[in-house]
Design a protein around this ligand. Structure first.
Ligand code: UDP
Length: 494
C-alpha cells in the first residue's frame, strides 16, 4: 500500500471552505493512511485550529496581507465583506498567492520527511493552481463547490456576456446560453453584477475567465453534488471537457459535519425548535456573506409574524438580522433571531422545520434537499439565480420569489395544503431519499455502496494510476475495490 500526501486548497470563503473541510473529514476516515495537508493563508490559521478537524491534518500557510490590496486588515475570507470588496478580494488572492503556492509545492516535493506528494485538490475559484501543479509535475484536481448545472451556465454567461446589446428593461427577455443548446435564462435571472456588466473587461468576467481557462488544465473534477440530482449536467460537462468527473456529494452528509463551538447559540436554537410543532417552522438564512435590503428584511419578518408562523432567522453578522418590529416591541411574536453562527445542518434536519427561505447558495440548497425541506429562494448574487433555476424549473422542489411579502406568500404556499405545496414537498422528500442513498455505506461490497462514495473511491484510484506514484491506496472500508473512473472527453462547455 502506498502512502501519499494530498494537498487541499479551499477558496477563502465559508461557502467554499466548509465543503472542502467536509472532504478532509471524509478522506481522513476512508483513507487514514493518506497524509492530508490543508493550504490556507496565515490569517485563517487561528480560526481553522479552533474547528473540529482530524487531529493528523497538517496546515500550510501562505502569506497574505489584506492591507496591501486596500482591504480591511482583518479580511481573511469574504465573510461579512460588502459585494464590491468581494471582487477586490478575489483578484487579490489570484494575483498575490501563485508564487507562494509554487514555493510551497516545491518544498513539499523536496521534503523527505513527508510521504510523496500525491495530488493537489484545489477549489474551482483557485483555477490558477492547475498550471502551477502541472509545471511541477503534480496531479491536480478541481473541487467544484457548486453544481455543473449552475456552473456551466454561470461560466458561459460571464465568458460570453450574451445579454450585452439587448435592452435592459424586460425581465422576461429569454437569453440563449452559448455552448449550452436548448437552455435560456430570463434577464431577471442574471445576477446584478452580470446584468450591469457592459464589457469583457469587467473584473468579474476577467476573474471567471481565469478560473475556467486555467481550470481546464486540471486532470480531474470533483463535484459537491450527486448523480441523482445532476446526472445529465455532469454528463454534459464531461462531454465538453477533457477531464473525468466525480460527483462525491453531498459532502456534509457523507462526512458528518460537526456543529461549531459557538458559546451556546447552537443549543439555544435547537431548544427553541424542540418547543415547536412538527413541520411548523420556517428557517430563514442568507448564508455567510449576503443580506437582504433592510426594507425587504423588515417586510418579510413582519409578514411571517402576521401569519403567526414560527420562524428562526439566522444572522451570523449583525446586518443580516431584520430590523426590529415597527410595533416597538423588542422581539417578534412568532420568530427568533439567532445572532451568530447557527448550526444550519442540525436546524434543517430538525423535525420542527417545514420550509426554508434561502438566498440559494449551493451548500444551503444541497443541505435543504438532503433533508427534504422545501425551499423558497430569494437569490441575491453569484450563481444563486441558477441554483434557484435548478431547484424550481428542473427539480421541482422549491419556489422562487423576490420581495418580503412575496416571499412570505410563497412560504404559505409551499407549506400549505393546496396541490402545488403538496407536490413540492413530495418532490423534496423523494430527492432527500436519493441523496441519502448516494452517501450510504451499504453492506455487501462496492455495488451496495452509494454512488457518491463509489465516485470518491474511483477518484482516489484514478489519481493513484495517474500521479506517477507506484502502488495502490486502499480504502479502509473496502479492501478489494478498484474502480474504473468516469473518463470522458470534452472541450469547453464553459
Ligand atoms: N451556515 C451555517 N450557519 C450560519 C450560516 C451559514 O452553518 O449561520 C453554513 C450553511 O450551512 C452552509 C454555508 O454556511 O453550509 C453557507 O454556504 P452557501 O453556499 O449556502 O452560501 P454562501 O455563504 O456561500 O453564500
Amino acid at each position: 500500500m502506498t502512502d501519499g500526501n494530498v494537498v487541499l486548497f479551499p477558496f477563502l470563503a465559508h461557502g467554499h471552505l466548509t465543503p472542502c473541510l467536509d472532504l478532509v473529514r471524509l478522506l481522513s476516515v476512508r483513507y487514514p493512511h493518506l497524509t492530508l495537508t490543508l493550504v490556507t493563508t496565515s490569517g485563517n490559521l487561528p480560526f481553522l485550529r479552533r474547528l473540529r478537524l482530524p487531529p493528523a491534518l497538517r496546515f500550510a500557510a501562505l502569506p497574505f496581507d489584506p492591507s496591501d490590496h486596500g482591504l480591511p486588515p482583518d479580511t481573511n475570507t469574504t465573510f461579512a465583506l460588502p459585494s464590491h470588496l468581494v471582487t477586490i478580494f478575489n483578484h487579490a488572492v489570484m494575483n498575490s498567492l501563485p508564487p507562494h503556492f509554487r514555493r510551497l509545492l516545491s518544498e513539499l516535493i523536496a521534503d523527505e520527511s513527508l510521504p510523496p506528494l500525491l495530488c493537489v485538490i484545489a477549489d474551482m475559484f483557485l483555477g490558477w493552481t492547475a498550471p502551477v501543479a502541472e509545471e511541477l509535475g503534480v496531479f491536480h484536481a478541481t473541487l467544484y463547490t457548486s453544481g455543473p448545472y449552475a456552473m456551466s451556465i454561470y461560466y458561459s454567461l460571464w465568458i460570453n456576456l450574451p445579454h450585452i446589446g439587448g435592452g435592459d428593461d424586460d425581465e422576461d427577455d429569454e437569453i440563449a446560453i452559448p455552448g449550452i443548446p436548448g437552455v435560456t435564462v430570463r434577464r431577471g435571472q442574471l445576477n446584478p453584477k452580470m446584468r450591469a456588466a457592459r464589457s469583457m473587461d469587467h473584473p468579474s468576467a476577467r476573474f471567471v475567465r481565469v478560473q475556467a481557462e486555467s481550470g481546464r488544465r486540471s486532470r480531474a473534477t470533483l463535484w459537491n453534488t450527486a448523480e441523482v440530482i445532476e446526472k445529465p449536467f455532469l454528463d454534459a460537462w464531461s462531454r465538453s471537457s477533457d477531464q473525468p468527473v466525480y460527483a462525491v456529494g453531498p459532502l456534509f452528509s457523507a462526512a458528518g459535519r460537526p456543529a461549531r463551538d459557538d458559546d451556546g447559540l447552537a443549543a439555544e436554537c435547537l431548544a427553541w425548535l424542540d418547543a415547536q410543532a412538527p413541520r411548523s417552522v420556517v428557517y430563514v438564512s442568507f448564508g455567510s456573506q449576503n443580506r437582504l435590503p433592510p426594507k425587504e428584511a423588515a417586510e418579510l419578518a413582519t409578514a411571517l409574524d402576521k401569519q403567526g408562523r414560527p420562524f428562526l432567522w439566522a444572522a451570523p453578522t449583525a446586518d443580516q438580522a431584520p430590523p426590529p418590529p415597527e410595533t416597538g416591541e423588542s422581539g417578534w411574536r412568532s420568530g427568533m433571531v439567532a445572532r451568530g453562527w447557527v448550526p444550519q445542518v442540525d436546524v434543517l434536519g430538525h423535525a420542527a422545520v417545514g420550509a426554508f427561505v434561502s438566498h440559494g447558495g449551493w451548500n444551503s440548497t444541497l443541505e435543504s434537499l438532503r433533508f427534504g425541506v422545501p425551499t423558497v429562494v430569494r437569490p441575491i448574487e453569484g450563481e444563486q439565480f441558477l441554483n434557484a433555476k435548478l431547484l424550481t424549473e428542473v427539480l421541482g422542489a422549491g419556489a422562487e420569489a423576490v420581495g418580503g411579502k412575496e416571499v412570505a406568500e410563497a412560504v404559505a404556499e409551499v407549506m400549505g395544503e393546496e396541490e402545488r405545496g403538496r407536490e413540492l414537498r413530495r418532490r423534496a422528500r423523494e430527492i432527500a431519499e436519493g441523496l441519502a442513498a448516494a452517501v450510504a455505506e451499504g453492506s455487501g461490497g462496492s455495488e451496495a455502496k452509494g454512488a457518491s462514495l463509489r465516485a470518491l473511491d474511483e477518484f482516489v484510484q484514478y489519481v493513484m494510476r495517474h500521479s506517477g506514484l507506484q502502488g495502490e491506496v486502499v480504502n479502509e472500508t473496502e479492501q478489494n475495490f478498484c474502480g474504473a473512473g468516469h473518463r470522458n472527453n470534452f472541450h469547453g462547455a464553459v
